[in-house]
Design a protein. Sequence first.
Length: 113
Amino acid sequence: MKNEDDNFFKQVYKVVRLIPKGKATSYGAIARYLGSTKSSRMVGWAMNNSHFEYEYVPAHRVVNRNGLLSGKHHFESENTMQNALEKEGIIVIDNQIQNFVKVFWDPSIELGL
């Protein structure tokens, strides 16, 4: 099972690296794009492990379906995720991306299915 997880994680990282600055997506959108609609939690696990990757993974651009910074506790500090998003022009208030629909990047649309 571990090898399958590693392969899935690598697929997730490839998608996340394609998210443009100033955009964000959800765990579920990535799972759907990868053909595994019920694997949102696995995408989250991949994001949690992304700091072990040699090549940078902009994990701060992946949030829950409501734009909440649900993974913020997995960064070096409580504000790292928010600060990284704000540096890219995304407004975050009370741990939630504002105008999430406007900044939402859907890999199924942007990359095609």
